[in-house]
Design a protein around this ligand. Structure first.
Ligand SMILES: [Zn+2]
Length: 421
């Protein structure tokens, strides 16, 4: 039903809101096609369609071949269905360490056991060969709208900042949105703020929630990080080391300092903002990272519009076709996420190509590497020549389960008023 509802919505958008000119769709045939395509995309042989794997590549070939069968024209690079781009895969050696230095004595911490490494590299060995000063900087947050700045009156240039995870405790909706987390709690935000203050590294003391999910975070950060080189924000977010300590490691580093772990962890449940202080110990950061470039691809096709006045406008229908691949020897099939959306968009391509009465052009975009941070969508948005001519984009993700008569629509507040009736 959801699929039928979707086809109805897309038919409305493509022919224009308010028109009664909706084509009749053979539902039985549609269900057969969708089912067959989901079964192929979520089969053992596609191995969960992990980014930059054989499974993802085979899936992209399959999608292109389907589009070709339907008579949808290629809309990728050089007359093909593929829009190719490079991603950088970054991973860390198990030999990476950090060491706290006090009175000439070093206490070494091991990656994955004592700390998690989210980001950062040290190609020139600058960090490895220096002892960085450490300064405690509250939550590592600057938030003008709340009149809050952990970096006020402190100089962190070239230093490591020690910060608490999360954001200031608050029961007030007007201060950091009360109990809901704001964007300031994110690691990406803390890294950007640290970078703009000239810090060389971020060391994080975990709150109980983060500490309690250690294994889950660990398995996430053990897998290579995908970096889309054209994303300048991402470059900032990955430029300096961001390390989360275990509670035990945090206790060790705070021994004989102005405040110990128990003092700092109190801030997780009181409204008093933390104040900055210098840590006596210094830190040596020994990161060994590996980088590898992989070429991956979006799949893009187009059905040109029939109306000379409208054909240079585009309706874009999209879905990511990658999933999580194989983790710990187990295939994550991703039948729902997102073989379901991919197959529905393919079916929309097939039926729209059959009827071929769309006034506007319809572009079909199947994104790669969504699971690695919306990378395929970023690339399409950055590089597509038609991006400003897209009047509406419908993206389907996980439409294979849940209530059969319900659509969760994100972005409906941006529809034209005539389309929301
Ligand atoms: Zn998804």
């Amino acid at each position: 039903l959801k699929v039928r509802l979707f086809l109805l919505i897309s038919a409305l958008l493509i022919t224009g809101c308010g028109t009664s000119d909706i084509f009749i769709h053979d539902t039985d045939a549609g269900i057969k096609h969708i089912k067959a395509n989901i079964e192929f995309l979520a089969s053992d042989e596609l191995e969960g369609r992990g980014s930059a794997t054989r499974g993802e590549k085979v899936a992209s070939l399959f999608i292109a071949s389907e589009l070709q069968k339907y008579g949808v024209k290629p809309f990728g690079d050089n007359g093909t269905y593929f829009q190719n781009f490079d991603v950088k895969l970054q991973s860390y050696s198990d030999e990476s360490t950090i060491a706290f230095v006090s009175s000439g004595e070093e206490t070494e911490l091991k990656i994955w056991e004592d700390f998690l490494l989210y980001s950062g590299s040290d190609p020139d060995g600058t960090l490895k060969n220096s002892e960085l000063e450490i300064v405690f900087a509250g939550y590592g947050i600057t938030a003008e709208e709340y009149g809050y700045d952990d970096y006020k009156n402190i100089d962190v240039t070239g230093k490591a900042v020690l910060v608490l995870s999360g954001e200031p405790y608050s029961d007030e909706e007007t201060f950091f949105a009360g109990s809901r987390l704001t964007r300031y709690s994110r690691s990406s935000s803390k890294i950007s703020t640290a970078v703009s203050n000239g810090a060389a590294a971020v060391i994080v003391i975990p709150d109980p929630y983060l500490a309690g999910r250690w294994e889950a975070y660990k398995s996430y950060f053990l897998t290579p990080k995908f970096i889309y080189p054209a994303d300048k924000n991402l470059e900032t977010r990955t430029s300096i080391p961001y390390m989360v300590l275990t509670i035990d490691a945090a206790k060790i580093m705070l021994i004989d300092e102005n405040k110990n772990y128990a003092d700092l962890s109190e801030y997780f449940s009181i409204e008093t903002p933390p104040s900055s202080f210098d840590i006596e110990k210094k830190v040596k950061i020994n990161i060994k990272s590996f980088e590898q470039i992989e070429s991956i691809r979006n799949v893009v096709g187009v059905i040109e519009g029939t109306d000379p006045g409208l054909k240079n406008q585009y309706v874009s229908l999209g879905a990511h076709y990658d999933h999580e691949g194989i983790k710990n020897g187990e295939i994550y099939y991703g039948a729902d996420d997102n073989a379901s959306g991919t197959s529905a968009i393919l079916e929309a391509a097939r039926t729209l190509s059959l009827s071929n009465d769309n006034k506007r052009s319809v572009v079909f975009i199947f994104h790669a590497a969504e699971e690695k941070g919306l990378i395929g969508a970023s690339h399409f948005t950055n590089s597509s020549e038609i991006i400003n001519d897209i009047v509406v984009n419908i993206n389907l993700d996980m439409i294979g389960q849940g209530n059969v008569d319900t659509l969760l629509v994100i972005g409906s507040d941006r529809l034209a008023p005539s389309c929301t009736k």
